[in-house]
Write a protein that binds this ligand. Structure first.
Ligand code: COI
Length: 443
């Protein structure tokens, strides 16, 4: 259990609503009336302000309500045969659900120890969440299509504002790794990320359904529309996903190092299809391929990664060939599997136990200061296309790609495992549920 609370944060438990102490101390020699006391806008007193007290009571009303989780299948079934009434109904559900989901996470922030809460990256996210919560809860219920359209514009803005959340959280918890155990920080981060995915899925699905509805070319009366139901594709093709991610990762290394990266070869049941949110699976495959390609280059041509020459000057002898990365696809009765095998030398045994940690001290912090220039921070917006707009050196990463991919894989009930042959290479196993019948993994 944590011992102290951040003063900016919550001071009142749901069961204890006695007002906290007044903001200033008046000494016995003071004859001023309270109105004469100058209360400096000292951030330390924010938690004691009447406004904060009032806000926390409102937060209690939301964070004490349970979350109503959904399955991918429910989203698919609901989004088929769209009608105006259905869009309004789902707009109403999302409008009710988002402030509750975000309120739970604001509580998590408030339960962090004082010192962790003072971290500037974490308190920035905390402020973003409060702002979003206030906006979301004040929007009137969605009863008409016009109200739904307005509501969608607001959530579009919030989605954009929150692009910075993941790198900020990652930097914050890495900086706090002295103050909480790795286990506590990882638990906090996992819960934050799952909840964030859940809010973004609800918001993006509602926006996409609304846009579909307004699109004159959209055949909303068909049972399926080119395989797309909002942000879900019912015809995700394993090979196409792999090819897209391989092309992007290989281009990334080609652009940066000026070398021909290892080939990515597919075998097995490559034409398997399944219903999923492509952004989620692409994020995982992209990250895994990036790790594999980087480690293969590192093992077989280490000079390329260590050189400080500009990419265009780098030359790899044309005879140099890297061993390929093989991706085996298997479609079982309930799940699709991707096994990504590389010969990049594996993960050293001493690091292996920490590969899933966001916060472990082994996570390289020496690069953190370089991320203070905000425009360079990888947005990690869960859309691989966005990586192309941010070419960040492969050695300058926050080092959270693997735990983040695991969160994505487990979100709809799948999984991610890594087996390492230290000195030889890595096999990564991704399991994706095909039936869409698992509820969102929010815990
Ligand atoms: C997030 O991206 O963290 C959100 O909560 C977005 C949501 C408010 C629309």
């Amino acid at each position: 259990q944590y011992t102290s609370l951040h003063p900016n944060f919550r001071t009142i438990s749901p069961n204890h609503v006695t007002p906290p102490p007044p903001p200033t101390t008046i000494t016995s020699s003071t004859t001023q009336s309270l109105s004469q006391v100058s209360v400096k806008p000292n951030i330390q007193y924010r938690a004691y302000s009447p406004q904060h007290f009032y806000q926390n009571r409102i937060l209690d009303q939301y964070s004490s309500q349970p979350i109503n989780p959904i399955t991918l299948r429910q989203l698919i079934v609901f989004g088929r045969n769209l009608t105006e009434e259905r869009i309004i109904k789902s707009g109403h559900y999302v409008r009710t659900e988002l402030p509750i989901r975000i309120a739970h996470r604001i509580r998590d922030f408030q339960n962090l120890p004082f010192i962790v809460g003072t971290n500037p990256h974490l308190s920035m996210v905390y402020d973003l969440y409060w702002t979003a919560f206030e906006k979301l809860r004040k929007i009137p219920p969605v009863r008409t299509m016009d109200e739904n359209n307005e509501w969608c514009e607001i959530i579009k803005g919030l989605l954009k504002d929150h692009l910075v959340v993941i790198p900020k959280l990652a930097m914050g918890i890495m900086e706090c790794s002295e103050h909480l155990s790795g286990e506590q920080l990882d638990r906090f981060m996992n819960t934050m990320l799952r909840s964030r995915i859940s809010r973004r899925v609800l918001a993006e699905q509602q926006i996409a359904l609304t846009e579909n509805w307004h699109d004159p070319g959209y055949a909303y009366d068909q049972s399926d529309n080119d395989g797309w139901i909002g942000v879900i594709s019912t015809h995700c093709n394993a090979k196409e996903i792999l090819e897209k991610c391989a092309k992007m990762t290989r281009n990334f290394f080609k652009t940066y190092y000026g070398v021909e990266p290892p080939q990515v070869l597919a075998d097995g049941q490559v034409d398997s299809t399944f219903a999923y949110i492509p952004d989620h699976i692409e994020y995982i495959i992209y990250e895994l391929l990036k790790n594999s390609i980087k480690s293969v280059i590192e093992k077989h041509a280490p000079s390329i990664l260590s050189t400080s020459q500009s990419p265009s000057k780098q030359m790899l002898e044309s005879s140099q060939l890297f061993p390929p990365i093989t991706v085996t696809i298997c479609s079982g009765p309930t799940d699709i599997y991707f096994r990504i095998s590389d010969q990049g030398g594996g993960i050293p045994d001493k690091l292996y136990p920490y590969i899933w940690s966001f916060a472990h001290k082994s996570n390289d912090k020496k690069n953190l200061h370089k991320f203070t220039n905000f425009s360079k921070v990888p947005q990690m917006a869960a859309r691989v296309e966005e990586y192309e707009q941010h070419i960040i050196p492969p050695d300058l990463s926050l080092g959270i790609g693997l735990p983040m991919s695991k969160v994505y894989a487990e979100y709809w009930g799948g999984g991610l495992n890594i087996f390492s042959l230290d000195g030889y290479g890595v096999d990564a196993y991704v399991k994706i549920t095909k039936l869409g019948n698992k509820i969102e993994n929010l815990v």
